[in-house]
Design a protein around this ligand. Sequence first.
Ligand code: FES
Length: 146
Amino acid sequence: MSEIYNIIDKKKLDIVSKPISEAHGLPNECYNSKEYTLIERKKLFEDKWIVIGVGSSIPDEGDVKPIDLLGIPLLIVRTKNKEIKVFHNICSHRGVKLVKDAGKIRNVMRCSYHSWSYDLEGKLIATPHIGGMNIHQTPEFDKTKK
Ligand code: FES
């Protein structure tokens, strides 16, 4: 809590907890301070489970739904085994967002930048031209070690 007091005067926060006849709402800094937001985000979300969706929003195999969780791009996927998986929605090559809109993926999620491709289990399955023109594999790069 003390780190919050570096951003917001303690008196402004103490008044929030007073009896209703004396209390005020949260100070403006709670809404417009980036530093406060980072502390709040850490305390509320970073070390706890959080609901980001429900299975019924991706009922069929291949359904995908991108989610932005406090600036973290995530992707909810219904796999071919009907499991629900959640991945970072970024390409492991250069970090381009992999899936922009909710929809259905038949077999492969293909990055729009250099066409690296992932299956519905999140496994990297294709790295076109990684070793040069028309050379799609190279011993220096192990696709299983992303
Ligand atoms: S950034 Fe995705 S393939 Fe290059």
